[in-house]
Design a protein around this ligand. Structure first.
Ligand code: GTP
Ligand code: MG
Length: 370
């Protein structure tokens, strides 16, 4: 049978629990805040308190939360979101750092004040490019498993002195599974033992055919260390993104994905969010995973406070009541009651899953003992 606790019912109505308890007492029922009542009683109570009741099956709680279609007439171009992938030590972090610092040197306003795991640079061809610093392939896979498609383009970094390695192949498979185009960046060409030709022919074995081998995969030889061809790489990204014709509707409520999140001593929970649709604004009520909050501040990758963040922008979001998890999808909801309904449901699900897991562990332990 459907039940709800007094506390949860009060939360969802944005009423005080004592008022709910008082009402039940008037009807001759003695209850505590933690007691549960059945759904019909809850409905009567809610109506008594002047609320409109919408009974939803649990699976309906999240209905309409994500993948709300954009209004075609509002669509405008948005920057591409790029993830850099490749084998260990092939230079992913160096390349990200080089792209960012080169861009700052070339006249970006602001400068770098902090690392937020994602940032935007200006392409030499104009327009912005968003880079996400994925902690690793595991995170990428986790995000995809949760239905979050965060990246439009994968830059595959292959060290010219090392060639195609196991994680290079994994990255190719990830990009293919996510149906995301690859740009091959052959890195470390400053090294005397660099063999870019070998990289190209090795890639053929994995059905990645770069342009100079007669294929249509964009490629560039770079050196993150010597800052060689970084502009060329940015240009290729812009060209590739033009082919993808990326658009979004900035008018609507925001949807996005948590790239990383932490509990900051002074600022409380801080989530780095990639806004993917709509515009996120200070004051918006948001849910991400099992957490909710009212956006208190938005901070750009340059460390400046913003009033709003548009599609493809990475921002730090302050104001969450708890710390969400990387890969959680974020949505703006109409009010706190709706946010609470969603996050209560998800917290419950989490608890149930955890309980089911420990029951399984107990069960198998008992089996082992008998
Ligand atoms: P993981 O995060 O451990 O997977 O490595 P990564 O792919 O981020 O590589 P990282 O940027 O840490 O670079 C690994 C090593 O390669 C470092 O010692 C870099 O200094 C060096 N390196 C990166 N790019 C270049 C390059 O273009 N030329 C040379 N000579 N060395 C480079
Ligand atoms: Mg790295």
């Amino acid at each position: 049978p459907e039940t709800i606790s007094i506390q949860e019912l009060a939360n969802r109505m944005a009423e005080r629990a004592v008022d709910v308890i008082r009402l039940l007492m008037k009807q001759g029922q003695m209850v505590k805040i933690t007691d549960v009542i059945d759904a019909d009683t809850a409905q009567l109570l809610a109506e008594e308190l002047g609320h409109t009741v919408r009974r939803v099956a649990e699976s309906d709680v999240e209905e309409g939360l994500f993948d709300v279609p954009d209004a075609p007439e509002n669509l405008v171009p948005r920057p591409p979101v790029v993830t850099i992938m490749g084998h260990v030590d092939h230079g992913k972090t160096s390349l990200l750092d080089a792209l960012r610092s080169a861009n700052v040197v070339s006249g970006e306003a602001g400068g770098i004040t902090q690392h937020i795991g994602a940032y935007q640079v200006t392409s030499p061809l104009g327009g912005k490019i968003t880079f996400i610093d994925t902690p690793g392939h595991a995170a990428f896979t986790a995000m995809r498993a949760r239905g979050a498609k965060v990246t439009d383009i994968v830059v595959l970094v292959v060290a010219a002195d090392d060639g195609v390695m196991p994680q290079t192949i994994e990255a190719i498979n990830h990009a293919r599974a996510a149906k995301v185009p690859l740009i091959v960046a052959i890195n470390k060409i400053d090294k005397p033992d660099a063999k870019p030709e070998r990289v190209r022919s090795e890639l053929l074995q994995y059905e990645v055919q770069v342009e100079s081998m007669g294929g249509d995969t964009l490629e560039v030889e770079v050196s993150a260390k010597a800052h060689t061809n970084l502009d060329k790489l940015l240009e290729l990204i812009t060209l590739q993104s033009e082919l993808l014709d990326l658009k979004a509707d900035p008018e609507r409520d925001a949807e996005g994905t948590v790239i990383e999140a932490k509990l900051d001593r002074g600022r409380g929970p801080v989530a780095t969010v990639l806004v993917q649709r709509g515009t996120l604004r200070v004051g918006d009520i948001v849910v991400a995973g099992a957490e909710m909050g009212r956006v208190r501040a938005l901070i750009s990758d340059k460390g400046t406070q913003l009033a709003s963040a548009e599609p493809s922008m990475p921002v730090e979001v302050l104001g969450f009541n708890g710390t969400p998890e990387a890969g959680d999808r974020l949505a703006v909801v109409e009010n706190e009651a709706r946010a609470r309904e969603i996050t209560d449901y998800r917290k419950n699900q989490k608890r149930e899953k955890a309980a089911a897991r420990s029951a399984t562990v107990r069960g198998s332990l008992e089996q082992m003992m008998s």
